[in-house]
Write a protein that binds this ligand. Structure first.
Ligand code: SF4
Length: 196
C-alpha cells in the first residue's frame, strides 16, 4: 500500500502556497450508502475541506475527474459506463481506494451474477405481471450497456487501498483519509474494520 508523500522537514514559504491535495469520489454500481457514510463525517467535513480540494464528486457535481491525489470509488462494475469512469479515475488519480463491499467484491449487485442478464431484462420489462401491452426492454442509445456479470473494480484496474464495510463507518473513513493526508499508512484497528 502507498501513502501520499510527506516531506520530513518544515515546509519553505514557497511550499506553503502549494495547492491542497485533490480528492475525487464516485459511485459506480452501488447504493450511495458509502457516500452517505462520507457525509456522516458531519462537522469533520469542514476540517476535510480545509485539507483537500474536491474534484469530481457528488458533492461538487463535476462530471469528469481532473488530476487528483486520491480517488474514492464506491460500487462495482455493472455496465459499460462504470468501466469507462473507473478507467478515467485510474488514469487521473495517484491513489485509488476501493470503498465498501460493492467496490471490493461486487457486493449486493453481484447477486445477479447467478442469473442470465438477458432473461432478467425480459422478465422485468416484458413478462412481469401488470405491464402495458407492447412493453419492451429499454434500448435508448444513451443507456449504458449492462455487463453480463457484476465485477469488483480490482478486476479491471490496479487498486492501491481497500476500505471494507457496507458501508465503512464515518470513523473508519476519517481514520483512513487523515492517515493518507498525513503521509501515514492507513492502519485501521479493532472496531473500525468490518465486512458487513
Ligand atoms: Fe451501498 Fe454497502 Fe455497496 Fe456501500 S458497500 S454502496 S453501503 S451496498
Amino acid at each position: 500500500m502507498t501513502a501520499i508523500e510527506r516531506p520530513d522537514r518544515a515546509p519553505r514559504s514557497d511550499e506553503q502556497a502549494r495547492p491542497k491535495p485533490r480528492l475525487a469520489t464516485v459511485s459506480l454500481a452501488g447504493c450511495f450508502g458509502c457516500h452517505m457514510s462520507l457525509l456522516d463525517l458531519d462537522e469533520r467535513l469542514f476540517v476535510l475541506f480545509e485539507r483537500v480540494d474536491f474534484d469530481r464528486s457528488p458533492l461538487t457535481d463535476l462530471k469528469h475527474c481532473g488530476p487528483c491525489d486520491i480517488g474514492l470509488i464506491e460500487g462495482g462494475l455493472c455496465n459499460a459506463e462504470n468501466v469507462l469512469v473507473l478507467r478515467e479515475f485510474r488514469a487521473r488519480c495517484k491513489l485509488l481506494v476501493a470503498v465498501g463491499a460493492c467496490a471490493i467484491t461486487g457486493g449486493l449487485p453481484a447477486q445477479r451474477n447467478a442469473l442470465d442478464i438477458g432473461r432478467i431484462l425480459t422478465d422485468v420489462y416484458q413478462q412481469r405481471p401488470g405491464l402495458g401491452a407492447g412493453s419492451q426492454v429499454p434500448n435508448d442509445p444513451e443507456l449504458p450497456l449492462p455487463l453480463a456479470h457484476v465485477h469488483p473494480i480490482h478486476e479491471v484496474v490496479r487498486i492501491d487501498h481497500f476500505l471494507p464495510g457496507c458501508p465503512p463507518s464515518a470513523d473508519a473513513i476519517w481514520a483512513f483519509l487523515t492517515a493518507l493526508l498525513d503521509g501515514r499508512e492507513p492502519q485501521l484497528g479493532h472496531g473500525l474494520i468490518h465486512y458487513d
